[in-house]
Design a protein around this ligand. Structure first.
Ligand code: TPP
Ligand code: MG
Length: 295
């Protein structure tokens, strides 16, 4: 069980990561900020508390593998990898600029710590399932974690690979779905409806839990408890909010406006509000801090 100190530390770390992502977006005028804010807490929980890795020995065979299948959610991953000393933090200043190692999607050939090049949706999970197959075949104990978007789950390759993982009982695999209700330009329930995800994954032989994907008190125990059942892959459906932590983004999504998918704060006022919001950590359940609301 995570103690209170752990939770506070994680919340503060997530706040710092979101702030760095915001500055990367404002400076470059590029990048998927709102999708990144949706998955920031999941990445912080994984890299701070769950994954086994060694930045000094990046090819360590027994490291856990993390695959960011929703490759456009890479901005917080970059900030975390810099934080963990996979590469120098100064690279963050070059995000999305010509010649930078840090493009708008993560490239394993350029970026230390990135396991799989992603960005074309639906490809990370199949590769992760291959990693789970290989780990079992070679009798390795490391685990494979993969983060998918809920919109990404509209891709056929997600279900083909889930079927394979489920029918082979890869219990070294954990799939986390960032369930924010939106794809790039629409509410998913208004398109080819991908829900209910938990039931669908159960039908593919996954053992599934649902959590608030911004509340470390729920996220950490769910991540620590895998595999939930021997002989079954685990899945966590993490309920999230696109643009989490920045009021103007959260408010637009709450009323059905998806404009922030690939949009950065453009005006001085938008930048001021976003910076102000990220001055305070989110509340324990992931909501915006009351101190900000009353400002
Ligand atoms: C194969 C493929 N088709 C379309 C796109 C364009 N695209 C980028 S992000 C996105 C929406 C993804 O939604 P979701 O997985 O829910 O991620 P979110 O931004 O909500 O976190 C789309 C359609 C893509 N990158 N790859
Ligand atoms: Mg989504």
């Amino acid at each position: 069980m995570a103690d209170r100190e752990d939770i506070q530390e994680l919340r503060e770390h997530a706040r710092q990561i979101r702030s760095k992502v915001l500055e990367m977006g404002i400076r470059s005028g590029g990048g998927h900020l709102a999708p990144g804010f949706s998955n920031t807490d999941i990445l912080v929980a994984l890299y701070d508390k769950i994954l086994r890795f060694d930045p000094k020995n990046q090819d360590w065979e027994d490291r856990d593998r993390f695959v960011l299948s929703k490759g456009h959610g890479c901005m917080p991953l970059y900030a975390i990898l810099a934080d963990k000393c996979f590469f120098n933090e100064s690279h963050l200043d070059t995000f999305c600029q010509p010649g930078s190692i840090l493009g708008c999607h993560a490239d394993r050939n350029l970026i230390p710590g990135v396991e799989v090049t992603t960005g074309s949706l639906g490809l990370g999970l199949p590769v992760a399932v291959g990693m789970a197959f290989a780990a079992r075949h070679y009798k390795k104990n490391h685990r494979i974690y993969v983060l998918c978007g809920d919109g990404e789950c509209q891709e056929g390759t997600i279900w083909e690979s889930a079927m394979y993982a489920g029918s082979n009982g890869f219990d070294n695999l954990t799939v986390i779905v960032d369930n924010n209700g939106y794809g790039a330009t629409a509410r998913l329930s208004d398109t080819a409806d991908v829900y209910p995800l938990a039931e669908k994954l159960r039908a593919f032989n996954f053992s599934v839990r649902e959590v608030n994907g911004h509340d470390f008190r729920e996220l950490l125990p769910a991540l620590r408890a895998v595999p939930y059942e021997k002989g079954r892959p685990s899945a966590i459906v993490a309920h999230t909010t696109k643009g989490k932590g920045v009021s103007i983004m959260e408010e637009d999504y709450a009323r059905g406006d998806p404009r922030w998918h690939y949009r950065q704060p453009k005006t001085q006022e938008e930048a001021r509000i976003a910076r102000r919001d990220l001055t305070f950590p989110l509340e324990e359940n992931g909501d915006l801090n009351e101190q900000i609301r009353s400002n």
